[in-house]
Design a protein around this ligand. Structure first.
Ligand code: ADP
Length: 164
C-alpha cells in the first residue's frame, strides 16, 4: 500500500511565537510530511505585532526546517485548510482549560468541514508559556529569554522601547 502524504495546518495567533509553539512545530514535523503554520489575520484583543511581523519572525525560525512553511490567512480556519488541501489541523495542549476550549473547537470544525484535529501535548517546561503572558511580562520588563526565541526577544525589546 502506498504511504499516505499528510499535510497539517497549524493555525493560531502567534502574537508572538513562543518556545512552546516551536516545540509543537518541531515535534509536528516528525508526524507530518508537510506543516503549514497559519497566522490568523483576524484582529485579536491587545495585538502587539501585525500579522506581517508575526509571519516574518516565524519565517526566520523555520528557514532550516524542510517541509515547514508559514503564511497568514483571513477568515475561517477550516476554509483556509480546505484551500491548502490540508489533511488535518494541528493544535497544542497545555492544560485542562485548553482541552475544554480545543475540544469544542475541534468538534465544531469536524462537524462543519469534516476535518480532524490532532493535538500535541506541551513539553513540561512550556506548560505555562502563552503569548498573552509573554506580552504582559514584556510590557513589565521581565526576563523572557527562556520563553521565546532570540529573534522574538529582540523584537519585543524594540517594540517596547519604542512605546516608552
Ligand atoms: P489561538 O489564539 O488560536 O489560541 P495561539 O497562538 O495562542 O493561538 O496558540 C496556537 C496553538 O498553540 C493553540 O492550540 C495553543 O493551545 C497552542 N499552544 C500555545 N502555547 C503552547 C505551549 N506552550 N505548549 C503547547 N501548545 C501551545
Amino acid at each position: 500500500m502506498a504511504e499516505k502524504f499528510v499535510r497539517a495546518i497549524f493555525p493560531g495567533s502567534f502574537d508572538p511565537i513562543t518556545n512552546g509553539h516551536l516545540d509543537v512545530i518541531a515535534r509536528g514535523t516528525k508526524l507530518f510530511d508537510e506543516l503549514i503554520i497559519a497566522v490568523g489575520r483576524s484582529p485579536v484583543k491587545n495585538q502587539l505585532f501585525t500579522p506581517e511581523e508575526r509571519v516574518e519572525m516565524i519565517a526566520e525560525l523555520i528557514s532550516d526546517m524542510p517541509g515547514v512553511s508559514v503564511e497568514s490567512f483571513d477568515g475561517l480556519t477550516v476554509e483556509y485548510a480546505a484551500k491548502k488541501k490540508g489533511d488535518v489541523i494541528l493544535r497544542g495542549l497545555r492544560s485542562l482549560t485548553d482541552v475544554q476550549y480545543e475540544f469544542q473547537l475541534a468538534m465544531t470544525n469536524r462537524a462543519v468541514a469534516g476535518i480532524e484535529t490532532i493535538f500535541i501535548m506541551t513539553s513540561e517546561q512550556y506548560g505555562f508559556t502563552s503569548s498573552t503572558l509573554i506580552r504582559e511580562i514584556a510590557s513589565l520588563g521581565g526576563n523572557l529569554s527562556n520563553l521565546v526565541p532570540a529573534n522574538v526577544y529582540d523584537r519585543l525589546q524594540q517594540r517596547l522601547n519604542r512605546k516608552k
